[in-house]
Design a protein around this ligand. Structure first.
Ligand code: DGY
Length: 328
């Protein structure tokens, strides 16, 4: 029987489905493995079901001579050394499509929370500081409706974010390496603009590009300097895409008005500069965190993994070059 390592706790029905076909080593305790533990566990595995926080690097791959697939339970896969896996003929797979709407919803939750100062208001009420029932100028925020939303990165999730702007009568600008087909631009009521134009004209700015070293600090101090002082910025993409220190400084100096952040450089460690700021809403990497979506992600990952271990091409292969190596 083939052996599968599940690096973190997943839903019982997912483990049961795996156990129908494989011997399963499930990290039910849900304490993330150290690099040494990961290599030790991977050593016996034919397949790994991993989360975005599990590093599957050259050391892990080298320790696992029988490994055929790393199936990430995520759309992102920057935790996996894909080049090293490809060299070894190991398939790497992900779960695109199933989390777009849930991540778009969270992006909107952060946009609204930051714009309307929800977390600040909540903390104020809980601290018992709400003494006068109504104050004309208390907790004034920004209107989303009829404002301009700028989306940097117009893939599936970016488009799901844009779609939601229609209900708020927003003008939508986007910047992407390639323009969407005209029909999609029309459907989403979105206009392609140069990056600098987007930064300067948008009231709300969302970044939604996949992480790779090429886009490390894709948003940095000079970008915040180009935004309106009233701008609200949201990052639900990946830690490292935004220079956290630069964002903190922009928020501290009121260079921009507010932000919502779900992903951080070096998470779960947090730049302590965030903690003293009232104009930022912080969430712990929960973009895809609805039960239905997390279950769909697990199911997609199991389908990918099963396909590889049964000798088929998985539906979501991120390193198709590996198939060339099979023929060589
Ligand atoms: C992903 O899928 O890449 C997310 O970050 C995990 O929720």
């Amino acid at each position: 029987m083939k052996r599968v390592l599940v690096t973190r706790q997943v839903f019982p029905e997912v483990v049961a489905r795996l156990r129908e076909r494989f011997e399963v080593d499930h990290n039910d305790a849900d304490v993330p493995y150290t690099p040494a533990q990961m290599a030790e566990r991977a050593a016996m595995a034919d397949g790994i079901l991993a989360t975005v926080m599990d590093k599957v690097d050259e050391d892990v791959l080298a320790a696992a001579p029988g490994l055929k697939v790393v199936s990430n339970i995520a759309v992102g896969y920057n935790n996996v050394d894909v080049a090293a896996a490809t060299k070894r003929g190991i398939r790497v797979t992900n779960t695109p499509g199933v989390l777009d709407d849930t991540t778009a919803d969270l992006t909107w939750a952060l946009l609204m929370a930051a714009a309307r100062r929800i977390a600040e208001g909540d903390a104020f009420v809980r601290r018992g500081e709400w003494k006068i029932a109504f104050t004309m100028s208390a907790f004034l925020g920004a209107d989303l409706h009829h404002a301009t939303l700028g989306i940097l990165g117009m893939g599936r999730i970016g488009q799901a974010i844009a779609k939601r702007a229609t209900g708020f009568d927003m003008r939508v600008l986007y910047h992407n390496r390639s323009r969407l087909p005209e029909a999609d631009e029309k459907r989403l009521n979105a206009t392609w603009v140069e990056r600098d134009c987007l930064l300067a004209e948008s009231d709300f700015i969302v970044v939604m590009v996949p992480y790779s070293p090429a886009v490390h600090h894709f948003i940095k101090a000079e970008d915040f300097a180009k935004m309106k002082p009233t701008a609200v910025f949201v990052n639900t993409a990946r830690g490292g895409i935004v220079d956290d220190a630069a964002l903190i400084e922009a928020l501290r100096a009121k260079r921009i008005a507010a932000a919502g952040v779900d992903v951080f450089e070096g998470e779960p460690a947090l730049n302590p500069g965030y903690l003293g700021l009232s104009n930022v809403v912080l969430t712990p990497h929960i973009g895809s965190a609805s039960r239905a979506t997390r279950l769909r992600m697990c199911e997609t990952a199991v389908t990918n993994l099963t396909a590889v271990l049964e000798g088929r091409t998985p539906p979501h292969l991120v390193n198709p070059q590996v198939l060339q190596g099979d023929k060589a």
